[in-house]
Design a protein around this ligand. Sequence first.
Ligand SMILES: *[C@@H]1O[C@H](CO)[C@@H](O)[C@H](O)[C@H]1NC(C)=O
Length: 211
Amino acid sequence: MKLTHLSAFPTATICLVLAASAQSRPFDSIRKAFEALSEQSPLGSSNLFDGIMSPPEDTVSTGVIISDVIGKTQSIGIFSGLTRDIGAVSDRLNDAHQNATVLAPDNSAMKNLDRKPWEDPKDYQTLGATAYEGGEGEDRANRNLRRFVESHIVPESPWEAGKKVNTLAGNEIWYETKGGKTKIQPQGVEVTSIADEVANGQVWILSGSLS
Ligand SMILES: *[C@@H]1O[C@H](CO)[C@@H](O)[C@H](O)[C@H]1NC(C)=O
């Protein structure tokens, strides 16, 4: 955009526009952000930090909650961005009285998904290539995206090995540790580390997605 265009708007108007766009996240902007992040080169500068695991902060007793910390781990930045974009999920992670175990696929898992997290092959079968266009299409995409994110959130913490639980999306999962590896079942997706342990739960990092 040319500066001459910008200067045509009074500063107050620009501030209002910026404030409005920061509050709501329409699907189109989520899609653009997701695609921009997914297309970053694996050698991009943001990945400089991927290998550095900040140790779980010693904050369990100080009232720090999942929503405070989930954005700080670079290696799960794509997934954590989605948790903040979906109101129902961010409200939950922001609630100090409801525990959760967040199973966050790492950035390479998010980049290697077979399809975008808001796409469902069934929608393309029944509705064709325009399944996610128009107002109804956006609603459909938003519902699918919410289901994707919710299928990675266990509504309890601590969560014991072997205990079958329904995720917020309603699918049943459990985990087991064998030969030093912890895997979410039935998908068999490995838990590579625990990023955070805070007052209302934990954030685990997965090497794949559960969808
Ligand atoms: C919630 O998590 C905290 C921190 O791990 C734990 O002390 C507490 O017992 C949990 N509450 C419930 C209801 O599971």
